[in-house]
Design a protein around this ligand. Structure first.
Ligand SMILES: NC(=O)c1ccc[n+]([C@@H]2O[C@H](COP(=O)([O-])OP(=O)(O)OC[C@H]3O[C@@H](n4cnc5c(N)ncnc54)[C@H](O)[C@@H]3O)[C@@H](O)[C@H]2O)c1
Length: 254
């Protein structure tokens, strides 16, 4: 039995990285997947791959920092597949790696608009749809190890990922009683285009970060994070609510 049979799922930031892996895994597990991303070419390619493997998916162009577009994304899921059952709010911008003394105000505003407000907007319209349907739903927000443990640089990214954990807890507090389960996944160091780009910009080699970022001697793979979101979105997690699942090879213990 597939774990998301006939469930309708929105995955934001699904054109690449962890969002792509999550869209693929959810489709393998029987979900009808809305691949939501502002990267149209990448998003459509993910949809084509899913369909070529026998899955069900549709692309929706969205900038999650825009409320009108986020509302339209949820409506797209309903118009295309009839309802919404689960969402993984994964889209975020790359960290800029600036230290505090070089904090860039324009970057702060853009990151705040996407990583924090954008996640909140997704939750707002997903929750509205769940409440209108009247039989619950599941939200998984993708935060970061940086919501629990600081690293050098990226103060804005770290602050907004703390905020994503705050949004998760606030919504969980209010909507559990309506059968809407809300949790987060906090990835550690995962081999995605975001991490590869960050390492490149810092001139750091992958092997050099492993001892300080993993207790299992390697980086994580996007699909390993997707497995965490799958568990939380499935009925296997029916009593898991308002909590965080660390998927980071023990990074939080270092
Ligand atoms: N890679 C890591 O090691 C790592 C670690 C901890 C947390 N995370 C978090 O995991 C999530 C996924 O990271 P990733 O490494 O796969 O990222 P990525 O950069 O590889 O992919 C991010 C995707 O989000 C999309 N996106 C960005 N802004 C958007 C917007 N405003 N509207 C719609 N789509 C938008 C991009 O087009 C892209 O497809 C992010 O929330 C990130 O902060 C990543």
């Amino acid at each position: 039995m597939k774990r998301l049979n006939n469930k309708v799922a929105i995955i934001t930031g699904a054109a690449m990285g962890m969002g792509k892996a999550t869209a693929e895994l959810f489709a393998e597990e029987g979900a009808k997947v809305v691949v939501a991303d502002f990267n149209e070419e990448g998003g459509k390619a993910v949809v084509n791959e899913i369909i070529a493997r026998g899955g069900t998916a549709a692309y929706c162009k969205v900038d999650i920092s825009n409320a009108t577009e986020v509302a339209a994304m949820v409506q797209f899921a309903v118009d295309t597949y009839g309802r919404l059952d689960c969402a993984v709010n994964n889209a975020a911008l790359k960290p800029d790696n600036n230290s505090f003394q070089d904090l860039d105000e324009a970057y702060w505003d853009r990151l705040q608009a996407v990583d924090l407000k954008g996640t909140a907007l997704c939750m707002k319209y997903e929750i509205r749809q769940f409440v209108a349907q009247g039989n619950g739903g599941s939200i998984v927000n993708i935060s970061s190890i940086n919501a629990f443990k600081p690293t050098t640089g990226n103060p804005a990214y770290q602050a907004f990922k703390h905020g994503v954990e705050g949004l998760t807890k606030a919504a969980a507090f209010e909507y559990g009683i309506k059968g809407i389960r809300i949790n987060s996944v906090a990835p550690g160091a995962i081999r995605t285009p975001m991490l590869t780009a960050a390492l490149k910009s810092l001139g750091i080699e992958e092997k050099d970060i492993i001892p300080t970022m993993s207790l299992v001697g390697r980086l994580g793979e996007p699909r390993e994070v997707a497995q965490g979101s799958l568990f939380l979105s499935s009925d296997d997690a029916s009593y898991v609510h308002g909590t965080v699942l660390h998927v980071g090879g023990g990074f939080e213990l270092i």
